[in-house]
Design a binder for this molecule. Structure first.
Ligand code: BES
Ligand code: MN
Ligand code: ZN
Length: 495
């Protein structure tokens, strides 16, 4: 169920609950007309993310929302606090919010408003498609107190972005047995055409089925698909601006609808969450959903290889050799290193279109979760300027990434005695060897960045704007990257 967001000059009389932001260092001055004796008694200190419902002066409910120290009210804090607020007022229908009052003069009010809308809508998200008795959520309307066209546009953008993150979360949360490759491709098609009710311009979309995938020589995708009863799909989805494009950005997303590991089968616990292995694909589709309303002046194309990784009687065997779209051969020594095989085809295809830059997103390695934990994505690439641009977009979007190296001398770990390369390195630094593998399929001279989102794609606890399950990680940073895109200059290789 969605929440409609509007801008208003004062809290509407009809609102069921009013939100007031309180900074922790202003609690002593007892701001707003609130029952501070009661609030203190309830332990409310204005800490970021604290939300306390109390009766206001006229007896109607007020939500006191902790914002932390006044000097630290960043968009990220606003997003997280707003999500906590949405959870706190979920039994009310109409929320009037004065939270933007806490934004300091001189701070970016548009970024704050966008984050506010995102936080409320993301906090209101729950995946209850399969619940007989879902937790009730009555929130339908948000009226944000503020003024000006910039703020209005920012609320609109935040609403579109959050809608796309929820779309991505729904795809990630849908079980692997139900979200088949065919269904994921159909969801992409429905979104692109707008037949699912998505706003904005229609996108071009091409969904390749098995025969066309054979024809196109996508040997990595076909190799991974061999063990499955479900046919693969390859989705190419494009926005072209009406005027001459000012640039061309390619997005690539890993679309493994379920990863059993194949014959190199995963242990049972490692498989429990493997429906999330299409989170990269979901992020790309989410970003394209926002592109429909953003109508940016650049071309954006998403390349999404889709299959599950199963172990039927004809599954790829360790030792099998695949030929990827760009002609390179790969000895598959571990069928659980499947993401890089399907991405190899997708990166080859993206390279053929000669974009100004490529960014790929993939739940690629458990090693990245070991290295950076569950909240931070690994960022690697072949071009420092482009890596910096991705990092800056992530910062602005409030999604955490960390730049890791691509040590050229580790490449020899991928040498194979029988093929051009093998699909696994040694025991150590698996995130880096996976990225070095991908780099082999990016054409010379194209700036490329790789985000290993194995950690942040999923959470098992409610945290800030994230609900349990798929997080939709990557949508926000991609949207920011698209909005601020300018072709990186050629050359300057990374580490
Ligand atoms: N989809 C997994 C990576 C993953 C692990 C994502 C945990 C999210 C959480 C990927 O396909 C995989 O299995 N990678 C292997 C690679 C190894 C065989 C070289 C891994 O990380 O163990
Ligand atoms: Mn795997
Ligand atoms: Zn995988």
């Amino acid at each position: 169920m969605s929440v409609s967001v509007t801008l208003t000059s004062t809290v509407p009389a009809g609102a069921d609950v009013t939100a007031l932001g309180v900074c922790s260092d202003q609690v002593d001055s007892e701001p707003h007309d609130l029952d501070w004796g009661l609030l203190r008694g309830l332990g409310f200190e204005g800490k970021a993310g604290q939300v306390q419902l109390v009766a206001g002066p006229d007896g109607r409910p007020v939500a006191a929302v902790g914002m932390g120290p006044a000097a630290d009210v960043t968009p990220a804090v606003i997003r997280r606090s707003s999500a906590a607020l949405a959870r706190g007022v979920r039994r009310h229908r109409w929320l009037g919010s004065s939270l933007l009052d806490t934004v300091a003069d001189g701070d970016d009010l548009a970024a704050a408003a966008q984050a506010h809308a995102e936080g409320i809508l993301l906090g209101a998200y729950g995946y209850d498609a399969y619940k007989s008795d879902p937790e009730p959520n009555s929130l339908r309307k948000l009226s944000v107190v503020g003024a000006g066209r910039e703020v209005r546009d920012a609320l609109r953008l935040g609403t579109a972005v959050a809608g796309a993150v929820c779309f991505a979360r729904d795809l990630v949360n849908e079980p692997g047995g139900s979200l088949t490759p065919e269904k994921l491709a159909a969801a992409a098609q429905a979104m692109a055409s707008g037949e699912d009710g998505t706003d904005g311009a229609a996108l071009e979309i091409q969904v390749s089925e098995r025969d066309e995938i054979v024809e196109a020589g996508l040997g990595g995708l076909l190799g991974v698909n061999r063990g499955s009863t479900q046919p693969p799909r390859f989705v190419e989805i494009t926005w072209r601006p009406p005027a001459d494009p000012e640039g061309f950005l390619a997005l690539v997303g890993k679309g493994i609808t379920f990863d059993s590991g194949g014959l190199s089968i995963k242990p049972a616990t490692g498989m429990e969450t493997m429906k999330i292995d299409m989170s990269g694909a979901a992020a790309v589709l989410g970003a394209m959903r926002v592109v429909k309303v953003l109508a940016p002046p650049i071309r954006v194309t998403g390349y999404i290889p889709i299959t599950d990784n199963m172990l039927g009687g004809d599954a790829s065997r360790p030792g099998d050799i695949l030929t990827i779209r760009n002609g390179k051969t790969v000895e598959v020594l571990n069928t659980d290193a499947e993401g890089r095989l399907i991405l190899a085809d997708a990166l080859s295809l993206a390279s053929e279109a000669r974009p100004d830059a490529i960014v790929d997103l993939a739940t690629l390695t458990g090693a990245c979760v070991v290295a950076l934990g569950t909240k931070v994505a690994g960022l690697m690439g072949n071009h420092d300027g482009w890596i910096d641009a991705v990092e800056a977009a992530a910062d602005r979007a409030g999604e955490r990434v960390w730049h890791l190296p691509l040590p050229a001398d580790y490449r020899k770990q991928l040498d194979s005695p029988v093929a051009d390369l093998k699909n696994i390195g040694n025991r150590w630094g698996g995130t880096l060897t996976a990225a070095l593998f991908l780099q082999e399929f990016v054409a010379e001279g194209i700036p490329w960045a790789h985000l290993d989102i194995a950690g942040p794609a999923w959470t098992d606890s409610v945290d800030g704007e994230a609900a349990k399950g798929g997080t939709g990680f990557g949508v926000r940073l991609l949207v920011d990257l698209i909005r601020n895109f300018s072709p990186p200059d050629g050359g300057s290789p990374g580490v």
